[in-house]
Design a protein around this ligand. Structure first.
Ligand SMILES: Cc1cc2nc3c(=O)[nH]c(=O)nc-3n(C[C@H](O)[C@H](O)[C@H](O)COP(=O)(O)OP(=O)(O)OC[C@H]3O[C@@H](n4cnc5c(N)ncnc54)[C@H](O)[C@@H]3O)c2cc1C
Ligand code: FES
Length: 281
C-alpha cells in the first residue's frame, strides 16, 4: 500500500456518474469520473474494479472501456441483486465509490499478428469489449478479428450500436445468434457455439478469447479444443464470488489460485490444472 491517498488502490474513491446508457431491460452502461482528481485510474484490458453504493455494499465489476481510449471509465452492469439494483436506481450526477483496478489482464502484445476470435455470451461481451476496442484501435497489427456473440433473445444483446460499427470495419466480422428469436429477427437461432462453421474458425495462428456464463465457457472451450485450438490459445475470464478483490479474504480461491489476483483471465491450460474445475464452469 502506498502512503499517497490519491494512489492508494485499497481506498474507495468517490466517483460521479456522468452518463447512463440502457443496453437491455436489466443491463446499463455507466460512465464514471473521479470526484477528487481529473484523471481516470490507469487500468489494463480485462481488469475489474470494486464499486460500492453507500449503505448497500460493494461488488466487483469489469472495466468495459479501453485503456487505449481517452474518456470516462465505463462499467456495464446487470441488475442482479441488492447492490447492482441500487446502482440501476442512480443517474448522472449521483455518487459511487471505486477502488482498483484489480486482477491481471488479457494479453495484448502477444496477440499481435494473430487471428482473434472473441466468443461472448450475454453480458460477457462487457469485459471483452475493453480488449476488442483496444485491438480495433491498432487493427493493422492483427490478423482477422471475428466476434461471435450470443444472447437469450435479440432484446438481450448488449452494445447493439457498437456491434454495427464493428461490423463495418474492414477485417472485422461479427456473428450474432440468439437462443430464442423475436419477431423481426432474421439471424441464426442457436447457441454461440453453433456459429463455429459460419465463422469458419480455424486454429491456425489464432487465439480465442471467451467470456460468458459458465456453461457457455465450458462448451466453447471444449468445442474449440476439439477443433484443434491449443490450450494456451483459448483464453477466458472467470467469475467467482469475491469480497476483498486483493488476495486477502480467500473468497475467490480455486485450489491454490485466487481469481482476484491470479485472474480473472486464465488460459485453458491453467483452468484444466485447477483442482475444482468442475465448479469453475
Ligand atoms: C471479476 C468479476 C467481474 C465482474 N464483472 C461484471 C460486469 O462487468 N457486469 C456485471 O453486471 N457483473 C459483473 N460481475 C458480477 C457481479 O459482481 C455480481 O453480479 C454482483 O456481485 C451481484 O451483487 P448484488 O449485490 O447486486 O447481488 P446479490 O444480491 O449479491 O446476488 C444476486 C444474485 O447474483 C448471484 N451472484 C452474486 N455474485 C455473483 C457472482 N460473482 N457470480 C455469479 N453469481 C453471483 C447471487 O447468488 C444471487 O443469486 C463480475 C464479477 C466478478 C467476480
Ligand atoms: S476476493 Fe478476497 S481473496 Fe479474492
Amino acid at each position: 500500500m502506498t502512503g499517497d491517498r490519491n494512489n492508494n488502490e485499497y481506498l474507495p474513491r468517490p466517483a460521479r456518474i456522468t452518463a447512463v446508457r440502457r443496453e437491455t431491460f436489466d443491463v446499463k452502461t455507466f460512465s464514471l469520473e473521479f470526484v477528487d482528481r481529473a484523471d481516470a485510474f490507469s487500468y489494463k484490458q480485462g481488469q475489474f474494479a470494486e464499486i460500492s453504493v453507500l449503505g448497500q455494499g460493494e461488488v466487483p465489476i469489469s472495466i468495459t472501456s479501453s485503456p487505449s481510449r481517452k474518456g470516462p471509465m465505463e462499467f456495464t452492469i446487470r441488475a442482479a441483486g441488492r447492490v447492482t439494483s441500487a446502482m440501476h436506481d442512480l443517474g448522472p450526477g449521483d455518487a459511487l465509490y471505486l477502488r482498483g483496478p484489480y486482477g491481471n489482464a488479457f494479453p495484448f502484445e502477444t496477440l499481435k499478428g494473430r487471428n482473434l476470435y472473441f466468443v461472448a455470451g450475454g453480458i460477457g461481451l462487457a469485459p471483452l469489449r475493453s480488449l476488442i476496442n483496444m485491438v480495433l484501435d491498432s487493427i493493422e497489427d492483427f490478423g482477422d478479428v471475428k466476434i461471435l456473440y450470443g444472447a437469450k433473445n435479440p432484446e438481450e444483446l448488449c452494445f447493439r450500436g457498437e456491434l454495427e460499427e464493428w461490423k463495418a470495419i474492414p477485417g472485422v466480422e461479427v456473428y450474432l445468434t440468439v437462443d430464442r428469436a423475436s419477431p423481426g429477427w432474421t439471424g441464426p437461432v442457436g447457441l454461440v457455439t453453433a456459429l463455429w462453421d459460419a465463422a469458419a474458425l480455424s486454429p491456425e495462428n489464432a487465439v480465442a478469447i471467451l467470456c460468458g456464463p459458465p456453461i457457455m465457457i465450458k462448451f466453447a472451450a471444449a468445442g474449440l479444443s476439439g477443433r484443434g485450438f491449443g490450450d494456451e490459445a483459448i483464453v477466458m475470464t472467470l467469475e467467482r464470488y469475491m469480497k476483498c478483490g486483493v488476495g486477502k479474504c480467500g473468497h475467490c480461491n480455486i485450489g491454490g489460485s485466487f481469481v482476484c489476483t491470479d485472474g480473472p483471465v486464465f488460459d485453458y491450460a491453467q483452468v484444466k490444472r485447477m483442482p475444482e474445475k468442475e465448479g469453475v464452469f
